[in-house]
Design a protein around this ligand. Structure first.
Ligand SMILES: Nc1ncnc2c1ncn2[C@@H]1O[C@H](COP(=O)(O)OP(=O)(O)OP(=O)(O)O)[C@@H](O)[C@H]1O
Length: 258
């Protein structure tokens, strides 16, 4: 079943058509990679899905529900969480507080419960803390909960962003260049993490320039160039596609785009 459907979405910025009539689907449980040259429109597609931008034309549909025009926080509540190309953490807060910020969108206690500090609210806070600790452990940061986010290595900050996104209980996890700035070993750990997230039943859509990650971690790839989709298929099909090789992968089909 398709979890996410993009139906002919277009987004213009002044005279520039950043995303041009793009359609693709993300099936439940799959890891789909969105790839293409710099400036192809990948992040704009993500921003259209997460409500940061509105499509000029076309529809974004999650489980048969139209997302067009909904605010980003509403889309998070409906089950889409994301990380950003440029890390966006609360740098002066602790690691665990950053993850708790993700849990917050699922809190049931209203304003009166919070003010009165009712038993129900205390129970919910305990549950959220356990949830946050579990997500931190899942990404391998269980030892770092009390550190300030800014003191984590770059690679670990990326993992913390993933833990925070997981804490919102998403159906669809959107990762914008998750391996950006990671060294080889960190990238290998990230690939293993994506495999474990998939095994947990999560559906993932990611943008990534690291071809090793894309080829190992993704079930399907969608390729865009100059705002338009030029190909889609399995990693093996995409690696052989002459148009993709010419536009993006390079004629020697090596890892030169890493
Ligand atoms: N808010 C905006 N206002 C004007 N132009 C924009 C805006 N956002 C993106 N663009 C333009 O749209 C085009 C697509 O940008 P986008 O960031 O989506 O590409 P990308 O494929 O994610 O690139 P990269 O791989 O370098 O991150 C670019 O030409 C970019 O300059």
């Amino acid at each position: 079943m398709n979890l996410l459907v993009l139906d002919r979405i277009t987004r213009r910025f002044g005279g520039l058509t950043a995303v041009n009539n793009v359609s693709f689907t993300v099936a439940e449980g799959q890891v789909v990679g969105l790839i293409g040259p710099n400036g192809a429109g990948k992040t704009t597609v993500f921003n259209l899905i997460t409500g940061n931008y509105r499509p000029d034309e076309g529809s974004v549909i999650l489980e048969e529900r139209f997302l067009n025009g909904l605010a980003p926080h509403r889309i998070v509540q409906l089950g889409i969480a994301r990380t950003f190309q440029t890390i966006r953490l609360f740098q002066n807060m602790s690691v665990i507080e950053n993850v708790l910020a993700g849990c917050h969108c699922r809190m049931r206690t209203g304003i009166f419960g919070s003010l009165l500090h009712t038993p129900g609210q205390r129970r919910e806070e305990r549950e959220q803390l356990n949830r946050a600790l579990a997500e931190l452990a899942f990404v391998g940061l269980q030892e770092s909960g009390q550190q300030l986010a800014k003191n984590l290595s770059y690679g670990n900050q990326r993992l913390l962003e993933i833990a925070r996104a997981l804490a919102t209980s998403p159906k669809l996890l959107i990762l914008d260049e998750p391996a950006g700035g990671m060294n080889e070993q960190e990238t290998q750990q990230l690939i293993a993490l994506i495999v474990r997230l998939r095994a947990r039943g999560l559906t993932i859509l990611l943008i990534e320039h690291d071809m090793k990650l894309v080829m190992k971690a993704c079930d399907r790839l969608v390729v865009i160039e100059y705002g338009s989709k030029i190909a889609e298929g399995t990693p093996e099909e995409i690696q052989r596609d002459p148009r993709v090789i010419a536009a993006y992968l390079g004629t020697d089909n090596d890892d030169s785009k890493d």
